[in-house]
Design a protein around this ligand. Structure first.
Ligand code: FES
Length: 117
């Protein structure tokens, strides 16, 4: 995969690894979907870039230890599952599959990862 076209599997090039800040997310848009791309503990994640409590960008929050904080009211979300770990948010945010190819980060927004209830 070397270009930013949609692949047969639905993965779209979101950014370069080097574009992602160390302690924050990178806000990208894939089609109509706002996505927060995150690196934490040498793993890569892509979440819907909208807090489930109110519509603010999660990408503006801090990332640490597998968690992203919502900057507005402080809910923490698990990067792997999208589930809130603290109030006031009670609903998960969508999490999308990520693939790395060289320095490129690919995200599939058409197939969010199933969340256990
Ligand atoms: S808007 Fe994110 S916790 Fe309230």
């Amino acid at each position: 995969m070397t270009d930013d076209t949609v692949t047969a599997t639905g993965f779209v090039r979101a950014c370069a690894i080097s574009d992602i800040p160390d302690t924050n997310a990178l806000a990208v848009r894939i089609g109509d979907v706002a996505v927060a791309v995150v690196r934490s503990q040498d793993e890569y994640y892509a979440l819907a870039d909208s807090c489930s409590h109110a519509e603010v960008a999660l990408s503006e929050g801090d990332v640490d230890g597998g968690v992203i904080d919502c900057w507005l009211h402080g809910s923490e979300f698990d990067l792997r599952t999208g589930k809130p770990l603290s109030l006031p948010a009670t609903e998960p945010v969508a999490v999308y599959p990520v693939k790395i190819d060289g320095d490129a980060v690919y995200v599939n927004v058409d197939n969010p990862i199933e969340q256990e209830s």
